[in-house]
Design a protein around this ligand. Structure first.
Ligand code: DAH
Length: 358
């Protein structure tokens, strides 16, 4: 058994000394592989008499287990060291300046959402989100758009197969269902804005089947139409960067607000020249109104105690107007040249103190 003791020390030392995983594998094969030294000794057991075989077998098994464990331990150490070395080698110094050829651009949709959040966030709204796949009840019914309502046709809805507890599932046609989800989940006061994706089956220079909206909802005990006017006039002037931008509220109809209004901003269309600001023309940019008491009641909110306002606008439309982007479809073509032209510097984050777009 002296031999075995020598073999044991030799193999353990070899495992410990293996400089990398390949060398370690060679040690394993030479010891425990089919033609390995330990395996060879195991094969020799058959020729021994039973008593000697039992004693030698036990001793051999112990050595085999010990060597296997040593190889396993060394393998873990080597793997850890390898990872450590790779992390060191691939480490990124985040304090280095950006390489000009790798300088990415912020997409105008992200930029416009960030600008709207900067303005409305400063007013006290916080961002809420909801699912893109909605049920019929949240997208329509709870918003006072009953099953046969003509507004449903105008929405060009993408319906999904199957039906849930709250009716068939749809790709949400507007961000308004998040009003419902928010009011169901929390007691007033509610002050939220909801930027997000919306879907309608429509495709031309001013429509895309997937587009973005930002919704606003404020519910408390004393909010009135004057607050809505103030909020939206302030928003439009800050967003377009025109301090005395004319803003007009035109009576309109939405099932979920009563009264409802569409909001126009002043603009000039002089020949081919289009400018936002003064002039004798108007351009519609958003829908708004006082939350219909039926909508509050659908969410379990006492409409004799609470009231509020809501608004909704299309992000692409805002971006096209502000940044002079003529075709809405180009937003989603992923053309790098377009993004380099219309994109924004990544390190300039819009804010009311730092400026909206640098
Ligand atoms: N959901 C409307 C749409 O997609 C936009 C809208 C209008 C939202 C008036 C509102 C609102 O919250 O009060 O056309």
């Amino acid at each position: 058994m002296e031999d075995l003791e020598d073999l044991r020390s030799e193999l353990l030392a070899a495992a410990e000394a293996a400089a990398d995983l390949e060398a370690l594998e060679r040690v394993r094969v030479s010891a425990l592989g089919k033609k390995g030294r330990v395996t060879g000794l195991m094969k020799g057991l058959g020729a021994m008499d039973p008593d000697a075989r039992r004693a030698a077998g036990q001793a051999l098994n112990r050595v085999k287990d010990e060597v296997a464990a040593a190889i396993e331990a060394r393998s873990r150490t080597l793997a850890d060291a390898g990872l450590e070395a790779r992390l060191l080698e691939e480490g990124v110094d985040v304090t280095l300046p950006v390489r000009p050829e790798q300088d990415g651009r912020v997409h105008p949709i992200s930029q416009t959402i960030d600008e709207a959040i900067a303005i409305l966030g400063e007013m006290g709204f916080s961002v809420a989100e909801g699912p893109d796949i909605e049920d019929d009840w949240h997208n329509f019914t709870a918003l006072n758009i009953p099953p046969e309502h003509p507004a449903r046709q105008e929405h060009d809805t993408f319906y999904l197969p199957g039906e849930g507890e709250d009716g068939r599932m749809v790709l949400r046609t507007h961000t308004s269902p998040v009003q419902i989800r928010t009011m169901q989940a929390a007691e007033p006061p509610v002050r939220i804005i909801v930027p997000g994706r919306t879907y309608r089956c429509d495709y031309d220079a001013t429509h895309s089947p997937m587009f973005h909206q930002i919704e606003g909802l404020l519910v408390d005990e004393s909010t009135h139409m004057g607050h809505l006017r103030g909020c939206l006039i302030e928003f439009c002037r800050a967003f377009f960067g025109v301090d005395d931008l004319p803003v007009r509220f035109r009576p309109s109809y939405f099932p979920f607000t009563e009264p409802s209004a569409e909001v126009d901003i002043g603009c000039t269309r002089d020949g081919g020249d289009f400018r936002i600001g003064h002039g004798d023309d108007w351009l519609e940019i958003l829908g708004a109104g006082m939350v219909n008491p039926k909508v509050l009641e659908n969410c379990g909110i006492d409409s004799t105690r609470y009231q509020g306002f809501a608004f909704g606008m299309g992000i692409e439309r805002l971006a096209m107007l502000k940044y002079g982007i003529p075709d809405l479809r180009t937003f989603f073509e992923s053309d790098l040249r377009w993004l380099r032209h219309y994109g924004f510097a990544p390190l300039h984050i819009p804010s009311m103190v730092g400026g909206l777009n640098g």
